[in-house]
Design a protein around this ligand. Sequence first.
Ligand SMILES: *Cc1c(COP(=O)(O)O)cnc(C)c1O
Length: 367
Amino acid sequence: MSKLNIPMVDLKGQYQSLKKEIDNGIQDVLNATSFILGPNVQALEKEVADYCGVKHAIGVASGTDALHLALLAADIGPGDEVITSPFTFIATAEAIAYVGAKPVFVDINPDTFNIDPDLIEAAITDKTKAVMPVHMFGQSVDMDPIAAICKKHELKIIEDCAQSFGAEYGGKKSGAYGDLGCFSFFPSKNLGAFGDGGMVITNDDTMADNVRMYRNHGSKVRYYHSCIGYNSRLDEMQAVILRVKLKHIDEFNSNRYKNAQAYTNKLKDSGITAPFEDGKGTHVYHQYTIMHDKRDAIHQALTDRGIASAIYYPVPLHRQEVFAEDYKNISLPNAEAVSERVVSLPMFPELIQEQIQQIMDTVLSAI
Ligand SMILES: *Cc1c(COP(=O)(O)O)cnc(C)c1O
């Protein structure tokens, strides 16, 4: 069989389809030479706030920084505990550690890959300050039960929406449900820049002011500094690119959804577990992640055929070297079991039927 060349995400294809608008935007930024916190960052903040239906959106340097600055803005610090998922990218827990707080990992629902709301209350102590749900692979976490628990125990909700831009739950956009929502614009995310970028959204005026202060050297008024802040600003060049892509995000996400359906149709009766939609919120398929005991064979067959695939995530966070010692006495069986069985397939709006067929033929031939 001939070797194919199918990537996880086709950034070249997407650039080609938007080239004129993006190139013009970049040229405008070069002509204006207003590179830091310029008019495009301001405009993008307004456009994302409108899209998400919130009062404030604050551009920052990355998704990791969005989480970090959101935790600072919510006044979470040393001695505090933040409940989150063990089945996520390391940045979720890193941000909690940056502020001196402790990540408390609560096991996931193995069908949705999201934190299991039923297990949260048992993990709350008098040090718990917040819950940080992660909308894994683009499917919204079931937020209502989490909100009820957080209300009862007076905890903040800080959403990690790095993978779920545009997803919805209860009529609200991802990130707009909690106290703060944190986006990543890493190039491969559903709304991706051409470099690093991130954003925090909130309806709270004080926390929005805090994020603005922390991203810009602890300063509310230029050259007057109220606290030790950071240099964490979204770049004007990234903002102009993101403004072009934001206009197309619903179409991108709906094409991802169609591609996911096409995959799932071909997996019927195959013995491979397709992604499960719980119907509580929507799914924007940042990743299309299947499960099977022969995951390594599937991964290998795809590699041999020239088709990209990836294991998100091979090791849950409580078993990562950096955390292993501190969490050696806990076991989170669902996260541990799922890590052994998952493999994510190419997923991007521009994927075509012929590629979906080739990918599925290869997947099915491996089991
Ligand atoms: C990508 C990602 C982040 C970090 O975003 P960066 O922009 O790469 O810093 C955080 N959390 C999750 C779940 C992610 O997927």
